[in-house]
Design a protein around this ligand. Structure first.
Ligand code: FCB
Length: 458
């Protein structure tokens, strides 16, 4: 049975600048916090860095050719702030803008719609030296950078996203310390979160002032945690995780407020809100991006296999993957969670804009067979099951306009370095040779049919 998607559905793949570009010292690019972090011993598995990555900076034309061969009609990538404004708030580096202009032109020739993300975590190090996202001015520096990139590309790019996963930048970067800049402080986390969101709103306003006809959005990573029991500890922990991960981002962006329970839980630390900020942050959007990978099942501390130490105030709970298949990241495979997250958004925010799934995918490392093929049937199964869930949500009347697989090709997976492979396309890091996995061929068939062969999820 073929499950068909709506006419004009966007079928894409996603990447981000630091994860694929390399060319770290080329074309006038300045250092970012991820250069500093990855070059700090002990921060990234294997001491890996994004210095070379997949060398996309030099191979972008061939990579667009690979996208064409899969039949993608959309491609989501991010712009490196330090490639465009090397010190963050000073002179514009025209060579940086030219690179993205050439990329967008190549996509245009291939009839692939670009979706530009302005911030996928690579803050210019010079701004970090002055406080980074903990400093309010960074929000306005971001708006100016957005204006510069938008000015150069808005004639050719319709779809814009300000931030990718501000949760990860603020919480994993400033509380857990697993990501750049590696800070571990609740107040730093809350300041970074608020200034990221303020930067989002300020950037949308700046871009709309130049050209209101483009479509502005944001990308959040959302996963609705499930309580595995009804003990007070489990219910409280589930509420806290949902508050920190989901509501403290969706409420300000879609409803113009921070959730009162999160504010109370985190006191005396606070979101440094000034008058008018929440109006800026909640400026209406043209679309809303959801990155979805997995879902948490919350249990008492000590009962689960995942400690949840990245969530402040959640020492009394853990997450369990018992009975679930997991990927190479150790993440459970939970396609129902994609349905849960979209249903949760629609129920909670009636005035929501149309959705796009801006990332979904899994890490699996399957060997190259003698005939050169890569039989990654677990990835195909993952994608198929999530697409079946997405199809069901669309049938139920939720407005979803596109789907972007993470990732086009294997790349620098942040603190996991090159040890985790998310690509539809395999990269041999010694030679930079690209090989389409079977999942890429399968995805090409999905795009050609505008649908999947699969039983519905329920
Ligand atoms: C998301 C990130 C993306 C990639 C995937 C696996 O959180 O946006 O860059 O690392 O996870």
């Amino acid at each position: 049975m073929t499950l068909r998607f709506p006419e004009g559905f966007l079928w894409g793949a996603a990447t981000s600048a630091y994860q694929i570009e390399g060319g770290a010292d080329e074309g006038g690019r300045g250092p970012s916090i991820w250069d500093t972090f990855s070059h700090t011993p002990g921060r990234v598995i294997g001491g890996d860095t994004g210095d070379v990555a997949t060398d996309h900076y030099h191979r972008y034309r061939a990579d667009v050719g690979l996208m064409e061969s899969i039949g993608l009609n959309a491609y989501r990538f991010s712009v490196s702030w330090p490639r465009v404004i090397p010190d963050g708030d000073g002179a514009v580096n025209q060579r940086g803008l030219d690179f993205y202009r050439r990329l967008v032109d190549a996509l245009g020739e291939a009839d692939i719609e670009p979706l530009v993300t302005l911030y996928h975590w690579d803050l210019p190090q010079a701004l970090q030296d002055r406080g980074g996202w903990m400093r309010r001015q960074t929000a306005f520096d971001f708006a100016r950078y957005a204006e510069v990139v938008f000015g150069a590309l808005h004639d050719r790019v319709t779809l814009w996203s300000t931030l990718n996963e501000p949760y990860v930048a603020a919480h994993l970067g400033h509380y857990a310390g697993w990501h750049a800049p590696g800070t571990t402080d609740v107040q730093a986390m809350m300041s970074a979160q608020h200034h990221l969101l303020l930067g989002h709103g300020a950037a949308v306003a700046a871009m709309r002032a130049i050209d209101p006809a483009r479509r502005q959005g944001i990308v959040l990573n959302l996963e609705i945690p499930v309580a595995t029991g009804d003990s007070p500890a489990v219910l409280d922990g589930t509420r806290r995780v949902e508050g920190l991960l989901d509501r403290s981002f969706t409420d300000p962006v879609l409803a113009g407020r921070y959730p009162s329970d999160v504010i109370a839980d985190l006191a005396p630390a606070r979101f440094p809100v000034e008058p008018g900020d929440l109006e800026v942050i909640s400026t209406p959007l043209d679309w809303f991006g959801v990155n979805y990978y997995r879902q948490w099942f919350i249990t008492e501390a000590g009962m689960g296999d995942l400690p949840l130490s990245e969530f402040p105030g959640c020492g009394h709970v853990s997450a369990t993957t018992a009975g679930q298949e997991t990927t190479d990241m150790g993440w459970p495979i939970t396609p129902q969670g994609l349905i849960d997250v979209l249903t949760w958004l629609v129920d909670r925010y009636p005035g929501h804009p149309p959705f796009m799934i801006t990332e979904n995918g899994c890490a699996f490392d399957d060997p190259v067979a003698e005939d050169g093929t890569i039989d990654d049937r677990r990835r195909i199964d993952y994608l198929r099951r999530h697409l079946a869930g997405l199809h069901q949500v669309i049938e139920d009347g939720i407005d979803v306009r596109g789907y972007f697989a993470w990732s086009l090709l294997d790349n620098f997976e942040w603190a996991s370095g090159y040890s985790k492979r998310f690509g539809l396309i395999q990269v041999d890091y010694d030679t930079q040779a690209r090989t389409l996995r079977n999942s890429a061929r399968w995805y090409a068939g999905v795009i050609a049919a505008n649908g999947i062969d699969a039983p519905p999820l329920r």
